[in-house]
Every structure is written in C-alpha cells, then in structure tokens.
Design a protein around this ligand. Structure first.
Ligand code: PLP
Length: 459
C-alpha cells in the first residue's frame, strides 16, 4: 500500500465542488469543442489543469490581505515583498510583475532580437512563445534521461552540459542569455541538481553570457536537492535556495507557483543597466516600480507566501502528495513519467494510447477522456501544444514525449481526491483502446494554440 503524506495543516474554509454525470460531461466537452480550457470551472470535479495561481492561501496570508496598503508608490507591502525576495535570492534588483509571462516579456523584449537563440533545459510554453514573439529561436538542451519516461534519474531536469558547450562555442554571437527552468515544468516537473546549475554557471562565465533561472518552482527544486543530492541532506532548504540563486545573474518567476498566492511574478537581476531597462518597460507595460500590476494586498500575500513555501514540513507533504498519486498509478500498472516531479504527475499518453499515432494527438484524446469519465481536468503537453510547423521549412517537428499533466494545486485537494483520480485513470486504462484520435479543426495557427484551438474526433 502506498505511503500517504499527512497534511501539515487543517481546513478552516471549504469550497463546495459538484459532480456531474458522464452523459452531461459528454455534452459539455463537445460544446467546449474538445478544448479543456473552454469548460466552465463549475463543471469540473477535480481540477488538475494547473498548479498556477490555484493554491489555497494560509490564514496568515489572508490576514496579510487585510493589511494591504493600496498607495500608488512605495506601499509597505512592496517593502515586505522586496525585502523577503532579496533575502531569499540574494539578487540585487527586484522588479514586480503581475505574472510570469510579463516578467518574460520585459526580459526577452530587452535582450532578444531576430535571429537570436535562447537555450534552456526545456522552455515552458509561454517562455517559448515570448522568445518567438521577439524573433528569437528557443532551443531545448535537456539531458538524455529527461527524454525517457521510464528510467530513474534523480535530476531529469538537468541540461546537457557538453551539448550546451558545443552549441555555445559555435553560436555564441547569437545567444543573448542562457536560461534554466527549475523545476523543469515541460519536462515533467523534474529537478535540476546543484552540480548542473554550477556547471551552467561555468559555461556562462566561459562564454560571457548572462545566466537566468525560470524560477517558478525554486523551493520544490531545492527540496529535491536536499533529499537527493549528496552533501545537501543536512542543509536547510533556505540555504540551498540561497546557493542556487548565487550562481545566476537573474531570474524570472511566476509567483503563482512557489509564491503560494493566486497572482504575481517578478524579474530579478544583479546588473544595474539591465535593471534600468527592465524598469522603463515595467512602467510602460505593467505599472509603477513598486507594484508592477499587483495590488498592495497581493504583494503582502506573496511576501508571506515566499516564507511559507520554504517550510520543510510543507515541502515534504507537497512532494509527498505528488509521489503518492504516482504510487497509486504504479499499483494499477499505468505508464507515467518516473520518478514523479514536484508539482504534477505526467501520464505517458504515447504508451497509454499506443493505438493512436502522434499526428492524431493521443495525449489530447486522454485529456478529453479524463474529463468524460471523471470530471477531471488535466492538460496536454505533447503534439497539441508543441507540434507546430518550423518557421523556415514548414515541416512539423513532433515532441519526444506525449504527456498528460495532472498538476496538483498547492494545499487544495486531500488524499481522498487523489484516490478518486487514480481510480478514474484505472478505469480508462481498461477500455483505452476504444478512445479515438483527434484533429484540430479551427484556431490552430497561434503559437499558443492549445489555449484556443477547437478539435474533433477522427472517425
Ligand atoms: C507558469 C510558468 C511560466 C509563466 O508564468 P505565468 O504566471 O503563467 O505567466 C513560465 N515558466 C514556467 C516554468 C512556468 O511554470
């Protein structure tokens, strides 16, 4: 029997959720044009679409909301936000934004020009699209274990150092910045080791390039370093986080993840020139320097959230809950990406839907079935999201993996919900070969088409 994680909190407020029946859901998803983003949230039973901005805040954060100082400039909540982030990251300039992609827009809008290439372990979808937006070419350099869903490797988010080195040697003029996503969301929420981070720093020095984190899940990554990397078992997560950030020149972050609040983000940098450039853009696009698109109360909830996310009993429960769902699936023989990552379980749709070829979107077919069978909302991370025509050749490049992500919102669902999710997946696995492939019938052109495209079954 899987060992289940105990919640280090009790429940003070509840939010009712309602179950629909299969017949109703078949109609709902059809009306949604088989795109899960079009379904009303009230029609979802367990919502595992994302862990972004979907977490439950603590009583301490809600108390902070009441202390919101909504002054336009220099509100006290900004002071708290800035102080906490400077303490945690050690970075010099903190620039607030309303969410992660706004931080990306500021950074890439400043550094990326047409023809430039930005390497990363795996770019997240908005990161990918934001680099494309400025004419850049986002490229992925995740190391080999990160492309295999079966083999156990403690740090499948690691970037391939020799490959990155060779690439930089040949293309250094075209690279404005090196990125590393911790944990690697598009690659399964897998962590990056401290050793790997240190090696990227060495390459950044060798080629004189700025090195930035996409830091959305920095605390989850640090917890994996503590529990998996030799020499870190007796260090505090706070110290590990500090060391991680000591190797970078800056970071972008969606604080809707490890900020433990429902909205927010930032870009942080050491370089004074770059900070000035980013701040000019901030005022133009987001808001004044001390709020960046956020209200004072949001800033306060975030300042407190950044402290709470470093609590180690929280992280043990958090990572434990994701592992627990994985163990339930393992007992049922369901293929998924192993080991489980920090924020989500990724079903291996290539193996589950082995009768559907990649160009018929096997992972999206599974997403639709999860909703039909159990009212569970998940998200496709496969060909529906990434198989777009190459800019030069027009040829469609298919991703290595076809995944369905079951993201766990922070502190929201209990272990009983996870039992339910595992049971629904087990049922689908039993009749999976009845599920049909899918095709895009409208709105398929955008680089972020998975948010808007409409689909149908291939009959
Ligand atoms: C969520 C996320 C982003 C984008 O952040 P938003 O707040 O959704 O704009 C960027 N990178 C990664 C790795 C993410 O998980």
């Amino acid at each position: 029997m899987a060992k289940f994680p105990i919640e280090p909190f009790r429940i003070k407020v509840v939010e009712p959720i309602k179950k629909t029946n299969r017949q109703e859901r078949e109609q709902i998803i059809k009306e949604a044009r088989y795109n899960i983003f079009n379904i009303d949230s009230e029609k979802v039973y367990v919502d595992l679409l994302t862990d972004s901005g979907t977490g439950a805040m603590s009583d301490n954060q809600w108390a902070g909301i009441m202390l919101g100082d909504e002054a336009y400039a220099n509100c006290r909540n900004w002071k708290n936000f800035e102080r906490v982030l400077k303490e945690i990251t050690g970075l010099k300039h903190i620039i607030p934004t309303h969410q992660g992609r706004a931080a990306e827009t500021l950074l890439f809008g400043t550094l990326v020009r047409p023809g430039m290439i930005v390497p990363n372990n795996n770019h997240f979808d908005t990161t990918f699209a934001n680099i494309m937006e400025y004419g850049g070419d986002p490229q992925n350099f995740v190391d080999e274990p990160g492309k295999d869903t079966e083999i156990f490797h403690p740090f499948k988010g690691n970037i391939n150092i020799p490959k990155l080195d060779t690439f930089l040697a040949a293309n250094k003029e075209r690279v404005p910045i090196i990125m590393l996503t911790v944990t690697n969301n598009s690659g399964g929420g897998q962590p990056v080791s401290m050793e790997n981070i240190r090696q990227v720093r060495e390459l950044a020095d060798k080629y004189h390039k700025p090195f930035f984190f996409d830091a959305c899940r920095f605390a989850e990554n640090a917890y994996f370093i503590k529990t998996r990397e030799k020499g870190y078992e007796n260090k505090s997560v706070r110290d590990i986080v500090r060391e991680m950030f000591s190797y970078v020149d800056g970071a972008t972050m969606s604080a809707k993840k490890d900020g433990m609040a429902n909205m927010g983000g930032f870009v942080a940098v050491n370089d004074d020139w770059l900070a000035d450039k980013l701040r000019e853009k901030l005022i133009l696009k987001e808001g004044f320097l001390t709020y960046g698109g956020l209200s004072g109360r949001d800033l306060e909830a975030l300042a407190r959230g950044f402290e709470e996310v470093l609590q180690e009993d929280y992280l043990e429960y958090r990572i434990g809950q994701v592992r627990f769902l994985g163990e339930l699936l393992e007992e049922a023989g369901i293929p998924f990406l192993k080991p489980t990552g920090g924020h989500a379980v990724y079903l291996d749709a290539k193996k589950i839907m082995d009768h559907i070829p990649q160009n018929h979107l096997p992972a999206q077919s599974l997403v639709v079935e999860l909703y039909k069978q159990g009212g569970i909302r998940s998200v496709e991370i496969g060909s529906f999201m990434f198989a777009v025509p190459d800019r030069q050749t027009g040829e469609i490049k298919y991703p290595a993996l076809e995944l369905v992500r079951l993201a766990l919102p922070r502190r929201v669902y209990t272990n009983s919900h996870l039992f339910y999710v595992a049971e629904v997946i087990r049922e689908i696995y039993g009749y999976r070969h009845q599920c049909k492939g899918m095709k895009i019938v409208a709105k398929g052109e955008s680089s972020l088409r998975h948010f808007v495209a409409e689909l149908e079954y291939i009959e």
